[in-house]
Design a protein around this ligand. Structure first.
Ligand code: FES
Length: 105
């Protein structure tokens, strides 16, 4: 496993592109990682580097057509790709660092 960032690098209730195309979402001491690719048009979820739009510490909105994804499972709960999912990347939090399998990042 490789560290891709510190948990504290990720805004609480927000997201960070911690490695190329690897988006980490955080709420408190929990974090989830997904490919930064919207299942609607297969393009990045953000317009600008590290400008991810999140709501209530639990929803991520795609900057293009406003699909809303849950932090916990990446499922689209509103918008044009309702029911589709972001592609999950397994991570582990160790000593305040976000760890990822070496061959993924
Ligand atoms: S590209 Fe994300 S909602 Fe359309």
């Amino acid at each position: 496993m490789n560290a891709i960032c510190a948990l504290d690098d990720v805004p609480d209730g927000g997201g960070l592109e911690a490695a190329p195309s690897v988006l980490v979402l955080r709420r408190g001491r929990d974090a989830w990682a997904y490919r930064n690719v919207c299942p609607h048009f297969s393009i990045p979820l953000n317009y600008e580097p590290d400008a991810f739009w999140t709501y209530g510490g639990g929803l991520l909105m795609c900057a293009h057509h406003s699909a809303m994804f849950r932090f916990e499972d990446g499922v689209c709960v509103d918008g044009p790709c309702l029911g589709a999912s972001l592609r999950r990347i397994p991570i582990r939090i160790e000593n305040g660092r976000v760890m990822i399998e070496e061959d993924i990042a």
